[in-house]
Ligand binder design. Structure first.
Ligand SMILES: *[C@@H]1O[C@H](CO)[C@@H](O)[C@H](O)[C@H]1NC(C)=O
Ligand SMILES: *[C@@H]1O[C@H](CO)[C@@H](O)[C@H](O)[C@H]1NC(C)=O
Ligand SMILES: *[C@@H]1O[C@H](CO)[C@@H](O)[C@H](O)[C@H]1NC(C)=O
Length: 402
């Protein structure tokens, strides 16, 4: 998820980094935010949002141009004069590794997949569908009983956006849960007997690496641009569906940069190719993002109702209720355009346009308090409730819907 811009002042949160350490820290590549402060500010009015926009603009983290204690203090004063108070004391940003369990480390995820491929060869098959921009393998886990020749399938991807770490955590959780409960849970058994699951735990594998090693808030891929120094393309704006229209940017330095052409990113191209070849089998496309607590379905790129609205809508309604049944967490649901914001070139719209009838994007916890920095203690409850939703959608698929 990304706030669409400051016209939407309802976005409750601005994570603002005040670079109060010396400028030397800019060159400490491995722990870029060490010594930085996170301050949460809630713009209650358009006026305040404007003030904040000015400051955020000047504090472009990636540029490293503003720095030093003096500058930070001046900006704080400026905010203070304009009616801002810090809602609670700013936290020091530590090494990102301490914020999440190391089991989500990119290297660990890959070892874990190899391990499963060896130890659960009856249910799991691991393969690569290509290479990322930086040459990493794009691994998929195919999960399901090899019982019959023809089976329908569900596609699940996590981590299209690098900084949304709860996504890859959920993909791992899903596989772990399925393997653990396969014998005891009739619903899971039915799912694995009747369907294949293609699971891509880390879609944007270069970006995800980068978010662990250099920039915890990195979103895009890591491809280079021929004319600009800014790197990366938004892998969720790079699909061939109303490509680079509303809600996407042509500018390579923007977080929603759509890329030089559709499927310019090797990761997007590989997945699109894979899905195109199997679109007759794949009944559901599920993509995991964070954060907003929403369950979204097409369209993203326009305000319109999809043809099979009632089947998709009732699946979403039930899934959201399933989430709520676990810990009482409320999710909103609806078409992405009207529920979140308009964006073009998204994977979900692309999947739907290519004939996958159930296309969903989850925006997992939370609604902005921790945002991308969801603490370790919330991983388990978030995954537990999300699992119920995925099960519910999957069971829905196995029934006829009219
Ligand atoms: C997964 O295991 C199978 C053998 O069961 C092997 O052929 C395949 O190469 C393995 N996948 C990877 C990515 O190592
Ligand atoms: C799915 O959710 C609906 C509504 O909450 C519920 O009635 C149904 O039992 C759920 N199905 C599964 C398989 O969880
Ligand atoms: C709508 O549902 C019908 C019946 O399940 C199916 O044949 C058709 O392909 C679906 N259309 C879309 C756009 O999903």
């Amino acid at each position: 998820m990304k706030p669409p811009g400051w016209t939407a002042a309802q976005w409750l949160l601005c994570l603002l980094f005040l670079r109060i350490s010396g400028p030397g820290h800019c060159y400490l590549y491995n722990n870029r935010y060490a010594g930085d402060k996170v301050i949460r500010l809630v713009p209650e009015t358009e006026g305040k949002a404007h003030v904040l926009k000015n400051v955020c603009h000047q504090f472009k983290v990636s540029s490293c141009t503003t720095g030093g204690p003096m500058a930070a203090q001046q900006h704080l004063l400026y905010l203070g004069r304009n009616g801002y108070r810090c809602p609670y004391s700013p936290k020091w940003l530590s090494n990102p590794v301490s914020l999440l369990t190391t089991s989500q480390h990119p290297v660990h995820i890959q070892n874990w997949m190899h391990h499963l491929n060896k130890t659960h060869s009856g249910l799991i098959h691991m393969f690569s569908i290509g290479k990322s921009y930086e040459g990493r393998s794009l691994f998929i886990l195919k999960l399901g009983r090899r019982s019959r020749a023809y089976k329908r399938a569900v596609w699940i991807d996590c981590g299209i956006h690098a900084r949304e770490w709860i996504g890859p955590a959920f993909c791992q959780w899903f596989v772990k849960e399925v393997l653990q409960t396969y014998r005891s849970d009739p619903a899971i058994r039915k799912m694995l007997n009747h369907l294949y699951f293609y699971i891509m735990p880390v879609f944007n594998v270069d970006g995800y690496h980068f978010s662990w090693t250099n920039d915890r808030f990195w979103r895009k891929t890591r491809s280079r641009n021929s004319r600009f120094r800014c790197r990366g393309v938004d892998a969720n704006r790079n699909w061939k569906v109303k490509w680079c229209d509303e809600g996407a940017s042509f500018h390579p330095c923007d977080d929603t940069y759509c890329g030089p052409f559709p499927e310019s990113e090797p990761e997007v191209k590989a997945v699109a190719h894979f899905l195109r070849k199997r679109k007759k089998h794949i009944r559901a496309y599920l993509s995991f993002h964070a954060y907003a607590q929403m369950l979204l379905y097409p369209y993203s790129y326009k305000y319109a109702t999809i043809p099979n609205f009632s089947c998709v809508e009732s699946a979403a309604y039930n899934a959201v209720n399933a989430i709520h049944s676990a810990y009482g967490v409320r999710y909103r649901y609806g078409p992405a355009s009207s529920t979140l914001y308009v964006s073009s070139g998204s994977s979900m719209d692309w999947a739907y346009k290519n004939g996958i009838p159930y296309a969903f994007a989850f925006e997992l916890r939370d609604t902005g308090h921790f945002g991308f920095l969801l603490p370790e203690s919330l991983i388990k409850p978030t995954c537990t409730e999300t699992m119920l939703a995925v099960k519910n959608i999957t069971m829905h698929l196995l029934k006829k819907c009219h």
